[in-house]
Design a protein around this ligand. Structure first.
Ligand code: NAD
Ligand code: IPM
Ligand code: MN
Length: 379
């Protein structure tokens, strides 16, 4: 039978990026080798600080072109003290690629890859247990992309003013709400949608609240989707005090989503665990959906080069890539099960193999080796 070939653009990036991506690409290659129906072709490109060093810019044309033509993109992380916060920054490449590919929906699940990690949550076990929400963060508008003025602090007489404009329009909010509703309806029973804003202060938030409400009422009337609104400041408190209250789909704008998703990541154990998908359309699984997949953490300069970074967030991102961009649900589930078994201490047969951020002693490669070993039995 002719086998289908999928192109995956791999962007290792900076710091621990290449270390965690290496483990995830081993997983993808293994999935490819085990199948006679499809092949995954992986090609790496410079991105972020690595690309500033090699090409003078964080998103070189060759990298962008490869990402545009690929079926999916796997990214590590970008940034680091070497490039600082100067004029040309690795992070600009990330913002540019999100915009160029119109990756408007960033999906960040705060789910427990293994219940046995509860013991490692910074929250009390009884507070963290049962937490199950997915943060959906609007990714191509808001403060990140509005008009910006840098302060001029060096010219005598300058008032040193700086600003970042937050802009949203109706269509921006409609499309992200549809995606949130789609993911809510994939759960049985449908998940509650919790929209988070600052409508008591911001005009963009009042637009957000009204358009979210109207989109759900008008387009999902027969589905009886439950919708709630929270103000971002108290929601950040509830997330730590009683996170189960936010169980469901958290729908929010770019900056609030950035902050809340890092906050949420520690509930299941540590920042290094959580995957993300940045999508430009609904992930129906029926047709290929272009996406960029990356762990939610950064380049972790404090531990880079030591081989101790937790690769789980990147491996679980690769699983989302298989499911949503390539429609390979069975393979995605196998990768997730393999990760669970490697981390688990409660299951019969779980290995409890964990990196230092989860209180373990294993290195990134050791975790990758074990995931491959277990995966081999599942495919
Ligand atoms: P960070 O996420 O890199 O690190 C925060 C803390 O978490 C550090 O102590 C780090 O050691 C730890 N950590 C993160 N990932 C880990 C992993 N996989 N295993 C074990 N420990 C892990 O955040 P930061 O230090 O604020 O940012 C560092 C750089 O990364 C900055 O330049 C920032 O702009 C960039 N960044 C990039 C992305 C991205 O590429 N998507 C995301 C966030 C931050
Ligand atoms: C993330 C990161 C990025 C963001 C930075 C590196 C630009 O924090 O992916 O969460 O703020 O979106
Ligand atoms: Mn972030």
């Amino acid at each position: 039978m002719a086998s289908q070939t999928y192109q995956i653009a791999v962007l290792p990036g900076d710091g621990i990026g290449p270390e965690v991506v290496e483990q995830a690409t081993r997983v993808l290659k293994h999935v490819s080798e085990k199948s006679s129906k499809f092949k995954l072709e992986l090609n790496s490109y410079d991105f972020g600080g690595a690309a500033i060093d090699s090409a003078g810019e964080p998103l070189p044309e060759t990298t962008l072109k490869a990402c545009k033509s690929a079926d999916a993109i796997l990214l590590g992380a970008v940034g680091g003290p070497k490039w600082g916060v100067g004029k040309v920054r690795p992070e600009q490449g990330l913002l540019q690629i999100r915009k160029e590919l119109d990756l408007y929906a960033n999906v960040r699940p705060a789910l427990f890859p293994s219940e046995s990690l509860l013991e490692h949550s910074p929250l009390k076990t009884e507070v963290a247990r049962g937490t199950k929400f997915i943060v959906i963060r609007e990714l191509v508008k808001g403060l990140y992309y509005g008009d910006r003025k840098e302060a001029d602090l060096d010219t005598p007489g300058s008032d040193g003013e700086a600003y970042d404009m937050m802009v949203y329009n109706k269509a921006d909010v409609q499309r992200i709400t549809r995606l949130a509703a789609f993911l809510a309806l994939q759960q049985n029973p449908p998940a509650k949608i919790i929209s988070i804003d600052k409508a008591n202060v911001l005009a963009t938030s009042r637009l957000w609240r009204r358009v979210v409400t109207e989109t759900i009422e008008n387009e999902f009337k027969d589905k009886n989707l439950e919708l709630d609104h929270h103000l971002v400041d108290s929601a950040a408190m509830v997330m730590i005090a009683n996170p189960r209250k936010l169980n469901g789909i958290i729908l929010t704008e770019n900056m609030f989503g950035d902050i809340l998703s890092d906050e949420s990541s520690v509930i299941p154990g540590a920042l290094g665990l959580l995957p993300s998908a940045s999508l430009s359309e609904l992930p129906t699984g029926e047709k290929p959906c272009k996406g960029l997949y990356e762990p939610i953490h950064g380049s972790a300069p404090d531990i880079a080069g030591k081989g101790i970074a937790n690769p789980v967030g990147t491996i679980l991102s690769a699983a989302l890539l298989l499911r949503w961009s390539l429609g390979l649900d069975k393979e995605a589930t196998a990768v997730e099960q393999a990760v669970r078994k490697v981390l688990d201490t409660s299951d019969l047969g779980g290995y409890g193999l964990r990196t230092g951020d989860l209180g373990g002693k294993a290195g990134s490669k050791e975790v990758g080796d074990k995931v491959l070993e277990v995966l081999d039995t599942l495919l």
